[in-house]
Design a protein. Structure first.
Ligand SMILES: Cc1ncc(COP(=O)(O)O)c(C=O)c1O
Length: 423
C-alpha cells in the first residue's frame, strides 16, 4: 500500500536448515538471567520450531525481518500483532524524531494526550472518551474495574485471552483461590458455545458486571449472535466489553464494532493502536468513561509521549490510506493461495477465520494441529517465512509479492513434508 519494504521485499539470505548459532548462544545467556527466557510467553522458542527456527531477531524493514544469524524472513508474527505498518515506516520514524529534542515523559500532562484522544475519538465508533494505558492487560483490567464500579456487581465472564492479570487468569498458580469465585472463562470455539454464553448471561445477569469478549480467531462469528449478546447484556444490566486488542485496526478500524456494526459498552485497544509502540486504550461513551475519574486507575507511563506521537501518526496512515482493505485483500489472497496448494498436495492445512488475521489450522484438535504445525513452521522458516502456530498478522507493509512468495513456500514445504503433513 503506502510503504514498501525496500528492494522487492523478498528474503535474500535464506536459513535452509540453519545453523542458528548466534540465536542459540543468546538463548543460553537468557537462560541464566531471564526467567522464561523472554518477556512475552508467546515469543518463547517452544511456540515455533525449536532448533529449526530463529530465536532472536536483530532488525527489520517493512515486513521483512533479519534474525541474529543474518537470515531474512517475511514476518507474519508482526511483533505479536503490534507491527501493523511494518518496520521503519517513514511517518512513524518522523513522529519519533519529532520528540528527540523535547523529551518523552514530562512532569505535567502534554497536549499530545489530547491530540491522540481526539483523533481516536474521531476515528472510532462509540469512542466519546478515551483513557490511555501501556499494555493490553492494563486496558482490559481498567475496563473491568470500571464495569464493576458502574454496575455495582462483581462477577466477570471472560471470553478468549484478555491478559495476565488476576481477574482473567484466576486458575493459575499465584492467584488467590478466592478470586476464582469472581470470574469465569467461557469458550466460543464452536457454534454450540454461543447459546451457552447467552444463557449464562441471561441466568446470571444479576451478579455479572461484564462480559469481556475477545472473539475467537478460528471462525467468523455471525452478526446475529453478537446482536443477541448485545441484547441480553443490555436486558440484564451487564456491560459488554469488546477486547479489540487483536481485532482493532485489523479486521476494521474499530475492530469487531465496525466489522459487525455492533456497539460495545466499552472497548479496549492495544497492539496496532500505536503500530509497535507500547500503548493501550479504553474507549466508550462519556456516561461510562467519566466514571473512571473517581476510580484509582492510574499509571506513571500512561502519558508517555513517544507512543502517543506514533499513535497519532499511525492513525493518520490508517485514516488516509487503504490500510484496512489492503490487509483484507492480502489476507484473502493468502487464504485462497495456501488453501489451494494445500488441497493440491493433499494436506489438511487450511487458513480460516478473518482475512486480516489469517489463522493456520491443520486440525481442530489442538495437539494434532501442533504436531503438524511445528514441522511446517520449520520448513517455512527454511524458505524465508516465519509464522505463528495459529493466528498470524498481515500489516500495511506486506506486499502481494510477499504473499505469492509465501504461497510458493507453503507448496514447497508441504511437498517436503509429504505424508508428515497429513493425518
Ligand atoms: C485479545 C487480547 N487481549 C489482551 C491481551 C493482553 O495484552 P498485553 O499482552 O499487551 O497485556 C492480548 C495479548 O496478546 C490479547 O491478544
Amino acid at each position: 500500500m503506502t510503504h514498501s519494504s525496500g528492494d522487492n521485499g523478498l528474503p535474500k539470505r535464506l536459513a535452509g536448515s540453519g545453523p542458528f548459532e548466534r540465536s542459540q548462544a543468546l538463548f543460553e545467556r537468557a537462560r541464566r538471567v531471564v526467567p522464561g527466557v523472554t518477556q512475552s510467553m508467546m515469543k518463547r522458542p517452544e511456540h515455533f520450531a525449536p532448533g529449526r527456527f530463529p530465536i532472536y531477531l536483530s532488525g527489520g524493514r517493512g515486513a521483512l525481518v533479519r534474525c541474529a544469524d543474518g537470515f531474512d524472513y517475511i514476518d507474519y508474527v508482526s511483533g505479536l500483532g503490534t507491527n501493523s505498518l511494518g518496520h521503519q515506516h517513514p511517518a512513524l520514524l518522523a513522529a519519533v524524531r519529532s520528540l528527540l529534542e523535547t523529551g518523552f515523559n514530562h512532569s505535567l500532562p502534554h497536549e499530545l494526550e489530547l491530540t491522540a484522544a481526539e483523533k481516536l475519538s474521531d476515528l472510532l465508533r462509540n469512542a466519546e472518551m478515551v483513557r490511555f494505558f501501556k499494555t493490553g492487560a492494563d486496558a482490559t483490567s481498567a475496563a473491568v474495574r470500571l464495569a464493576r464500579a458502574i454496575t455495582a456487581k462483581d462477577h466477570v465472564v471472560a471470553v478468549g485471552y484478555n491478559g495476565w492479570h488476576d481477574h482473567f487468569m484466576f486458575d493459575t498458580p499465584g492467584v488467590p483461590k478466592a478470586l476464582a469465585a469472581l470470574s469465569e472463562r467461557r469458550p466460543l470455539f464452536v457454534p454450540s458455545d454461543e447459546a451457552a454464553l447467552l444463557e449464562r448471561v441471561n441466568d446470571g445477569g444479576a451478579e455479572i458486571a461484564a462480559v469481556v469478549l475477545a472473539v475467537p480467531y478460528n471462525r467468523v462469528l455471525s452478526r446475529e449472535f453478537l446482536l443477541d449478546l448485545r441484547a441480553v447484556c443490555s436486558q440484564r444490566g451487564v456491560l459488554l466489553i469488546f477486547d479489540e486488542i487483536v481485532t482493532g485496526f485489523r479486521i476494521a478500524l474499530a475492530g469487531v464494532q465496525d466489522y459487525y456494526g455492533v456497539e460495545a459498552d466499552l472497548a479496549c485497544y492495544s497492539k496496532a493502536l500505536a503500530a509497535g509502540m507500547p500503548l493501550s486504550a479504553v474507549t466508550g461513551p462519556r456516561k461510562y468513561l467519566e466514571v473512571m475519574e473517581r476510580l484509582q486507575v492510574s499509571t506513571t507511563f500512561g502519558g508517555e509521549l513517544l507512543s502517543l506521537a506514533v499513535c497519532v501518526a499511525a492513525l493518520e496512515v490508517y485514516r488516509s490510506t487503504d490500510y484496512v482493505s489492503h490487509l483484507a485483500t492480502l489476507g484473502r489472497c493468502l487464504r485462497e493461495g495456501v488453501n489451494r496448494v494445500a488441497t493440491e498436495t493433499g494436506s489438511p492445512l487450511r487458513i480460516i477465520g478473518y482475512d486480516a488475521i489469517p489463522f493456520f489450522s491443520f486440525d481442530p484438535d489442538r495437539s494434532r494441529h501442533e504436531a503438524l504445525m511445528a514441522p511446517f513452521q520449520a520448513e517455512m522458516a527454511a524458505r524465508g517465512v516465519i509464522l505463528r502456530r495459529d493466528v498470524n498478522f498481515l500489516s500495511g507493509a506486506h506486499t502481494l509479492a510477499q504473499v505469492d512468495f509465501t504461497v510458493t513456500a507453503t507448496a514447497d514445504s508441504l511437498r517436503a513434508l509429504g505424508q508428515a503433513a497429513s493425518h
